[in-house]
Design a protein around this ligand. Structure first.
Ligand code: NDP
Length: 599
């Protein structure tokens, strides 16, 4: 009998629905609490001390908000085109963005480093592993900063308070929490999707008397060890609870499980954890493949294989490309007359059932205690939550001090002075670590920490009150000389986010160069071009991510689904490969159709 025939599809559908239903909550995203006031210590930077400096009141050609991958690649592309007067503003104490903050033990990229780490070819860096660890990625950010002299002008530990278009002078005025008040001809915004930590709104959270921190502000003073993976030696006599079992917890739990006297992993929904199969990169192999243009070839190959427009060869060949490969194989077996949306969706479901059964069976084969193994099984489609890949996570539950505290989908009930309460049982601990993720779905201006005031005093928050409107996800009518660097309304490629950011950086550099060379002071997308782009995008079928049939999480607004505004979180209807080609042609044409350049 075939594997397919043995899968009880209807049984699985019912189990998925039941597991989702018991997790649905009326408060949705409001279950999380904003970190402020007496909780603001959770946001403090444990890594780099804040340096005093004088406020700035000058002018720069380009200001860029955000010193993560997007700011670095845009900065590099601008400098390559001779625009060196670039000032990056960053709330962290160095470049790195996500990789500045997320230094928890075990942090590593889960998209292959060859395609994920930016500007490897330009900086001459060979990733040490197929999936590089966080310190190496942070170093790459610093290497880019040094190579392109982006440190000279950067402002760290600086948060923008307002961005205002000065219509007379045709410049942006930027004010910050460090008292700066300066102007820039052009502004880039690359503030990232997941950067504001959130805490679960568990009753009593403020009463806990022990130590606690969020994973994105890891307290090595308390735990011992370091981001390179040295053992967390100060935890040998500590009882620790970690709340959350998402992609972050999957990476740090193995380190905690080895180090703590007792570790209680508080689980509301298990992650799907497939094989990682990481390995060192062989310098000889790398030397052979790293011929000119190698990184773009790899990036484009990954994007093609991952998004259903396969190249002949699969260079990365990992869990991501495998997801698409399986779906493609299933669809290719359909007779021509069955190539309907319904049949293709059914083929997708079949492929997902097979994959998820495989992933669930790993729990039984890796975890010794079979009751624990059962609780670690994910009962939903693989793309309902961020798919995880890890070879040590499940093994952690074989460590004598590591206990899975499963909450049967209900979450931690209460936090007391002494610990966490689940199912009426109090687990006394010395420390609680919140692996509870980052704000998603809260207003853009709240996450950014500022609003943007465009032409005629128009607030970006008002302009986008009914949802985002852009051309290419980058240009916004009424907001001249502004470039937004992100994926939505462009390629929307989530499996390799930096590919989107690299292209946004290219766009900015090419257009700023064009404006400077031709004496244009102002560039702005026309209302018509923005409308046309939105109309094109809205023809696309709704996104598969974020459906309310999925278990709750940040992909689907905690199970509530997205409102009218979020239906605009769409992508180019012909897929990422076609989008990047279209964008290249649009830029190369030099006419930048839909954008007006004015003297
Ligand atoms: P997530 O938002 O994915 O996970 C938060 C976790 O907290 C979930 O397991 C959630 O459970 C749990 N939780 C929330 N409230 C409670 C509660 N009251 N009681 C118990 N548990 C609770 O955050 P992560 O930091 O793990 O990951 C965020 C994103 O960052 C990922 O999706 C990924 O995009 C990215 N990431 C990428 C990595 C990489 O590329 N290497 C590594 C780490 C993260 P529930 O699922 O039930 O909501």
């Amino acid at each position: 009998m075939s594997e397919q025939a043995m899968i009880d599809k209807e049984g699985l559908r019912q189990r998925y629905a039941a597991e989702r239903d018991k997790r649905i909550r009326t408060d949705g995203n409001d279950q999380y609490i904003e970190i402020k006031d007496q909780l603001s210590h959770y946001l403090q930077d444990p890594y780099v001390p804040v340096k005093e400096r004088e406020p700035l009141n000058d002018h720069v050609t380009v200001a860029y908000i955000g010193g993560g991958f997007s700011g670095l690649v845009a900065g590099a592309r601008l400098v390559e085109r001779g625009i060196t007067d670039v000032r990056i503003l960053e709330k962290g104490g160095d470049f790195g963005g996500t990789w500045y903050w997320n230094r928890y033990p075990g942090a590593q990229c889960d998209t292959a480093a060859m395609v994920y780490m930016p500007l490897l070819e330009e900086t001459g860096h060979m990733p040490s592993e197929k999936y590089a660890h966080a310190p190496e990625i942070l170093e790459q950010c610093q290497r880019i900063g040094r190579k392109y002299n982006l440190y000279d002008n950067a402002l760290f530990h600086t948060q923008v308070k307002e961005l205002r278009w000065d219509e007379e002078e045709k410049v942006w005025r930027i004010t910050t929490d460090r008292g700066d008040d300066f102007t820039a001809n052009f502004v880039g915004m690359g503030t990232g999707p997941l950067h504001v930590p959130k805490l679960p709104g568990i009753p009593g959270i403020e009463t806990f008397k022990g130590h606690s921190f969020h994973t994105s502000r890891w307290d090595y003073e308390y735990t011992g060890g370091d981001p390179e993976g040295a053992p967390l030696e100060k935890l040998g006599d500590k009882r620790v609870a970690i709340i959350g079992t998402g992609a972050t917890a999957v990476q740090c739990v193995p380190h905690l499980a080895k180090a703590c006297q007792s570790l209680f992993v508080c689980q509301r929904t298990p992650s799907s954890v497939d094989i990682r199969d990481n390995h060192d990169i062989d310098p000889k192999w790398f030397h052979n493949i790293a011929t000119p243009g190698w990184q773009m070839r790899w990036i484009e190959n990954f994007t093609a294989n991952q998004t259903g427009q396969p190249a002949e060869e699969d260079l990365v060949a990992d869990g991501w490309t495998d997801i698409s490969k399986r779906v493609r194989e299933k669809i290719s077996k359909l007779p021509k007359e069955d190539l309907t949306i319904e049949k293709m969706m059914a083929a997708y479901e079949d492929s997902d059932f097979e994959k998820m059964e495989e992933i669930r069976s790993r729990c039984n084969s890796v975890v010794e205690d079979q009751e624990t193994a059962e609780h670690l099984k994910a009962w939903y489609q693989q793309l309902c939550k961020r798919p995880c890949f890890h070879d040590e996570y499940l093994k952690s539950y074989n460590e004598p001090g590591c206990e899975l505290v499963d909450t049967d989908g209900q979450g931690v009930e209460r936090i007391t002075e002494k610990g966490v309460v689940v199912g009426g049982v109090e687990y006394e601990v010395d420390c609680i670590i919140y692996a509870s993720g980052f704000e998603v779905g809260t207003p853009f201006e709240r996450r950014s920490g500022y609003d943007t005031v465009g032409k005629g005093g128009m607030l970006l928050s008002d302009y986008w009150a009914d949802g985002m409107r852009t051309k290419h996800g980058v240009h916004v009518h009424n907001f001249p000389n502004l470039f937004i660097s992100q994926a939505t309304q462009g390629a929307n490629l989530i499996s390799n986010y930096p590919h989107n950011l690299t292209e946004c950086g290219n766009t900015m550099a090419i257009m700023v160069r064009h404006a400077l060379d031709n004496g244009f002071k102002e560039l702005e997308v026309t209302e018509q071009a923005e409308n046309d782009w939105m109309e094109l995008l809205l023809q696309a079928p709704p996104m598969m991510l974020g459906t309310t049939e999925c278990t709750p999480g940040y992909y689907n607004n905690e199970g509530k689904g997205w409102g009218e505004g979020e239906t605009r979180a769409v992508s180019y209807p012909f897929g990422p490969v076609a989008y990047f080609k279209y964008l290249n042609d649009w830029r190369d044409s030099g006419s930048f159709e839909g954008v007006e350049f004015r003297q």
